[in-house]
Design a protein around this ligand. Structure first.
Ligand code: PEP
Length: 248
């Protein structure tokens, strides 16, 4: 059985003062949890959060990275730079990166490989838009996004990767996939990995993301193929984030 992981995605939120308050709240409540906990923070706060989390059980993550190792890529941040701040995780292929910044499946795959090359576990986001769901192509979309990474990284790479199924229509909208809808896609993803390596597939952490909150977390997390959550809005309120962690 996979371990459980709850990761906060702070997106472009925070300030030195707000982060200190939020982290103090989260750190004070993470004892005796049945899951691993991480926070994926904006680049400028990596140092602050690394220090605040030092000596705690909470792992540090970033929200994006460059597929390139170094060079003339103004504004980009490499995997090695994230490693300098002891990032354990980095989100790759978040739907906001795909839709707002035009990240392609191939680029996401390259970022996945770059993260692993630096010893950072990628959290690979997969998910369909509302239009795609309504057209009945959810599985085809998720398969295409997953296969793009499998083709470049290979199945063995998933021993050190996390997948986040995030239906785009549920992110930040207050709409949540029903536990049955989410479970069906999670099982599909695990099944697709199992076509390559069933033992590997059984152990890959597949998180759900999309308006997960204290009121719906327990039901989602009780599904057999849902191994945790990638949490946006609710990760900005310490009590809500902790309540989701406790629901695991
Ligand atoms: C996300 O940003 O990955 C996310 C799931 O956001 P929210 O929980 O706010 O829907």
């Amino acid at each position: 059985m996979p371990r459980k992981l709850v990761a906060g995605n702070w997106k472009m939120h925070g300030s030195l003062a707000d982060n200190a308050t939020l982290l103090a709240g989260v750190v004070s409540g993470v004892q005796d949890l049945d899951c691993e906990v991480a926070v994926c923070v904006p680049f400028p706060y990596l140092s602050q959060v690394q220090q605040a989390l030092s000596g705690t059980l909470i792992r540090l993550g970033a929200q994006n990275l460059s597929e390139h190792a170094k060079g003339a890529y103004t504004g980009e941040v490499s995997a090695a730079m994230l490693k300098d701040f002891a990032c354990a995780y980095v989100i790759v292929g978040h739907s906001e990166r795909r839709s707002l910044y035009g990240e392609t499946d191939a680029q996401v795959a390259a970022k996945f490989v770059a993260a692993q090359g630096a010893g950072i576990t990628p959290i690979l986001c997969l998910g369909e838009s509302l239009q795609e769901r309504e057209s009945g192509v959810t599985e085809a979309v998720v398969a295409r996004q997953l296969d793009a990474v499998l083709a470049v990284a290979g199945i063995a790479a998933f021993a050190k990767a996390v997948i986040a199924y995030e239906p785009v229509w549920a992110i930040g909208t207050g709409l949540t996939a029903t536990p049955e809808q989410a479970q069906a896609v999670h099982a599909f993803i695990r099944g697709r990995l199992a076509q390559h390596d069933s033992a590997m597939a059984a152990n890959v952490v597949i998180q759900y993301g999309g308006s997960m909150k204290p009121s719906n977390a327990a039901e989602l997390l009780s599904q057999p193929d849902i191994d945790g959550g990638l949490i946006g809005g609710a990760a900005l309120v310490a009590e809500d984030f902790l309540a989701i962690c406790r629901a695991v």
